[in-house]
Design a protein. Structure first.
Length: 438
């Protein structure tokens, strides 16, 4: 949720002090680190679920082993990605339309700073595991949110005082490093047992967690393809100004993801504590959150299509127009993503998400390739973005299939449960829970 809010707050700050070309260049440079921040959260997901299970059984050595294994996987993978990112972009920067206005020395300094930012972000994400094992995952969410909000304030100060992209990147890297140290100290206080004492067979744990971790790593990779991937496709093919307008419209439509984040987080963290035999609770939760997703999507879409032009002109200081056709495509994709949150959270909490993520990844990769081809042939922007809708369907269908199997429900039974009189009271309960978790 905070990531979406951060993007919503950051864009007006950037547009207030920088022109659209400079904003577009920064958005493109920060696209990969932003994606790798999603990837880092994937490593903590599988390890956190396993650590919670071990911790509740009193198996502290095994819980520590899961934490150690997740840290090793996250750190090693992120180091490789952090090293590859600046090298690749430094070599190709001159061929990318949105980066041609950035001097080479500024580009090199920016890439180095963002590589440090990537490494620090992975450490922050992995430190979620001790908080989850101690039943204090909300503390980590609050700490991470505070760090992101602090970065927004820093962005505001930097862009007001300077138009140097490299300076902004360096200050953000230093801030994220300080945040990693701060959260590590608090994690040790919150769950000292995860840092002290003998560790179980972490090599066995690494082998056990590798595939679920890679599956959860693919999920942010999918989000990276569907968010930052399209940012890069449009930036390369259309230039910085069009890119800035697209990102502004997409950010408005992604406000729907605030609900999606609430829904997913509430179910993912709480489902780890549900009794697998309690099918009735699973069925009711799945039905209620599906109904809420449908209502939120419909209401938000109508409101944005009515007020979107006013909102975007206010949002970007009248530097970019609102395209309702483009917004409709993005809203459809966001709506499908919202509907997927409930079933996927249930599946992921049980570490049974591999098949769903693989289908989602393959569809997203194919969609991005198709979008690149369409963009290269100068098709209209809404058509270039249409493959996102196909990709979201390939998350929705497999996730629902597996969730219904886990709940012991047929498709017909699930549809009937949506229309049950019990749903009115259940929806009221879910709304109270969403407000409390927020």
């Amino acid at each position: 949720m905070t990531r979406v809010a951060a993007q919503f707050l950051t864009l007006p700050i950037l547009f207030s002090s920088w022109d659209a070309e400079r904003v577009g260049a920064w958005l493109l440079l920060f696209a990969v680190p932003a994606y790798l921040g999603f990837v880092s959260s994937g490593f903590s997901g599988a390890g956190g679920s396993a650590a919670v299970a071990a911790h509740e059984k009193g198996e502290m050595e095994q819980a520590r082993a899961h934490f150690t294994s997740s840290w090793i996987i996250a750190s090693a993978s992120t180091l490789v990605l952090a090293a590859a990112f600046p090298l690749a972009l430094a070599e190709t920067g001159g061929a990318i339309a949105a980066l041609r206005s950035v001097p080479q020395d500024v580009l090199d300094q920016t890439l180095f700073a963002l590589a440090i930012y990537i490494i620090a972000s992975s450490q922050v994400a992995t430190l979620e595991i001790p908080f989850r094992a101690a039943g204090r995952y909300a503390d980590h969410i609050a700490l991470n949110s505070a760090c992101i909000l602090a970065e927004i304030a820093i962005i505001a100060l930097c862009v007001i005082s300077s138009d140097d992209i490299a300076t902004l990147a360096m200050v953000l890297a230093a801030t994220r490093c300080a945040a990693a140290i701060w959260i590590a100290v608090l994690a040790r206080r919150a769950a000292p047992g995860m840092f002290q004492g003998p560790t179980g067979a972490w090599r066995d744990s690494t082998r056990t967690l590798l595939m679920p971790s890679l599956a959860l790593m693919l999920l942010p990779l999918v989000h990276g393809l569907n968010l930052q991937g399209y940012t890069m496709v449009i930036g390369i093919s259309s230039g910085a100004v069009i890119l800035a307008g697209f990102v502004a419209t997409r950010t408005l439509t992604r406000l729907l993801d605030l609900f999606t984040s609430f829904s997913f987080s509430m179910q993912f963290y709480e489902s780890a504590h549900l009794d697998p035999a309690d099918l009735e609770t699973r069925r009711r939760l799945l039905a209620v959150m599906t109904l809420l997703a449908a209502f939120f999507t419909l209401g938000f879409s109508v409101a944005l299509l009515i007020f979107g032009d006013f909102a975007q002109r206010l949002f970007t200081n009248a530097q970019t127009p609102f395209d309702p056709v483009l917004a409709s495509v993005l809203l459809l994709a966001a709506g499908l993503r919202a509907l997927s949150a409930a079933p996927f959270a249930m599946v992921a909490a049980a570490n049974r998400h591999g098949t769903t993520v693989m289908w989602y990844f393959l569809a997203s990769l194919a969609g991005l390739v198709l979008a690149a081809i369409l963009a290269d042939r100068a098709f209209a922007l809404p058509l270039v973005l249409a493959p996102i809708v196909m990709a979201e369907l390939f998350q929705l269908v497999p996730a629902f299939r597996e969730a219904l199997r886990m709940s012991g429900l047929s498709l017909g039974g699930f549809v009937a449960s949506l229309l049950s009189r019990e749903r009115i009271g259940d929806v009221a309960w879910a709304l109270r829970e969403l407000r409390r978790k927020r």
